[in-house]
Design a binder for this molecule. Structure first.
Ligand code: PLP
Length: 409
């Protein structure tokens, strides 16, 4: 996104024109940015057999999935529905990793039947899996390295109290189950949470996986999850992917030498690939001066972008209708009937009723976490690809709210 001739544009397309043509609220994605982030990651880990498994839950539009598949990406799925959508997007089963948590064994069996790689995150499932499949279906094991990481307790998933993965301290038990059923363990996985800033966190976790690896002779890959932090506001500390990348590659190569075989190095980022590529456009309905602040009330709410209220996340806001207006202080809120604040005390170019505001970093966990709360319709999605804006999801209609309701009176 750049400001040229007093207009914000993506690949030469004016964002204000998109609001005009497709209406608001609307999610807009920059395909070029997604692709360049993908290649930045591949490059950061050059020298290794790097494989990226895009975490679909961040942004699940099928066009985005196809775009990443074309670039060579695999897919990380957390539900059988994500697996099915991934297959529909053309991913080969072998390129899909299924990393569920607390799902039924039935769902896991279904994924096995579809031919995707299963990532097992508890010993109960591991036992059932061994009992049913023995050594006929290779699997990956999710290990919890008990590292406190991540910017927020909701997204920090590798610590001691976390429900995710099999504890590092239970590896002997895992070894017994694997041996009894003659299971074929081809991958070890860890995912310590989102917003990791410190290379040391990755490397500490990696060391634990390297230790654990000594007990498994059939490994083909190691998956270090995700958690690369991107900038949400000016001056934010972000993951220095280029330097972290080469440090990890070096450690990994040393490990592989010891292990006796070169393994694939997997990551499964969501946010890193799609967050900055997304913009969420809303229209100002009301300017409301109270005794304490000036509220800007927009035609959206936490039902469409829940991260500010749920994770206390900062999303930068720009008034794209008035780029050269005088800066003033506003509190930007939604139209939901409970407190839904997008941002307190934001300096925006003077906002007038009807102005279009843009939320930055809206690519990840924006649309995918939206709901129909207050019987509001979910927004449209637009993908800008090769300098052209494409509608990739229609705005919902009233029928969508009623479709599955059964009228009994
Ligand atoms: C959510 C999730 C990711 C993606 O996390 P980001 O912070 O969006 O990169 C990767 N792997 C697993 C298992 C996840 O649950």
């Amino acid at each position: 996104m750049i400001l040229e001739n007093n207009a914000y544009t993506v690949q030469g397309v004016r964002l204000l024109d998109i609001a005009q043509e497709f209406g608001t609220p609307v999610y807009v994605y920059d395909a070029d940015k997604i692709i360049s982030q993908y290649h930045r990651l591949i490059k950061a880990f050059k020298g290794s057999k790097i494989k990226i498994k895009y975490a679909q839950k961040a942004l699940n539009n099928i066009n985005v999935l196809k775009l990443l598949r074309e670039e060579g990406s695999g897919l990380d799925c957390v539900s059988i529905q994500e697996v099915l959508v991934g297959l529909k997007a053309g991913f080969k089963p072998a390129d899909i990793l299924f990393t569920p948590n607390c799902v039924s064994f039935e769902e896991i069996s279904q994924a096995v039947d579809l031919g995707v790689m299963i990532n097992i995150d508890n010993i109960s499932t591991l036992e059932q899996f061994g009992h049913k499949y023995g050594n006929t279906v290779p699997v990956c094991i999710r290990i919890n390295p008990h590292i406190m990481a991540g910017g927020n307790s909701h997204i920090s998933v590798g610590h001691i109290d976390s429900k995710f993965g099999i504890s590092f301290y239970q590896m002997r038990h895992v070894g017994r189950v694997v041996k009894s059923h003659n299971m074929q363990i081809v991958g070890l996985h860890m995912h310590t949470g989102s917003d990791i800033l410190d290379a040391e966190v990755f490397l500490q976790g990696a060391e634990l996986l390297f230790d654990a690896a000594q007990d498994f002779a059939d490994l083909q890959f190691m998956d270090f999850g995700s958690g690369f932090k991107v900038a949400y506001k000016v001056g934010d500390v972000t993951t220095d992917i280029e330097s972290i990348g080469q440090r990890i590659v070096k450690k990994f190569k040393d490990f592989c030498k010891n292990y006796g075989r070169e393994l694939e190095l997997w990551f499964e980022p969501g946010k890193f690939l799609v967050s900055e590529a997304g913009y969420f456009l809303v229209k100002t309905n009301v300017i409301k001066q109270t005794t304490s602040t000036v509220f800007v009330g927009v035609d959206s709410g936490q039902n469409h972008l829940i991260r500010p209220m749920m994770y206390d996340a900062y999303h930068h806001i720009t008034n794209i209708s008035n780029p050269s207006g005088t800066n003033r202080i506003y509190t930007v809120v939604g139209y939901i009937c409970e407190t839904d604040t997008f941002g307190w005390d934001r300096q925006l170019n003077e906002v007038r009723e009807g102005d279009v505001l843009m939320f930055h970093n809206a690519g990840a966990y924006g649309f995918t976490m939206s709901s129909n709360y207050n019987s509001r319709l979910r927004p449209a999605e637009v993908l800008i690809h090769k300098g052209k804006a494409h509608l990739v999801r229609k705005r919902e209609e009233l029928d969508d709210l009623l479709r599955n309701q059964v009228e009994v009176f």
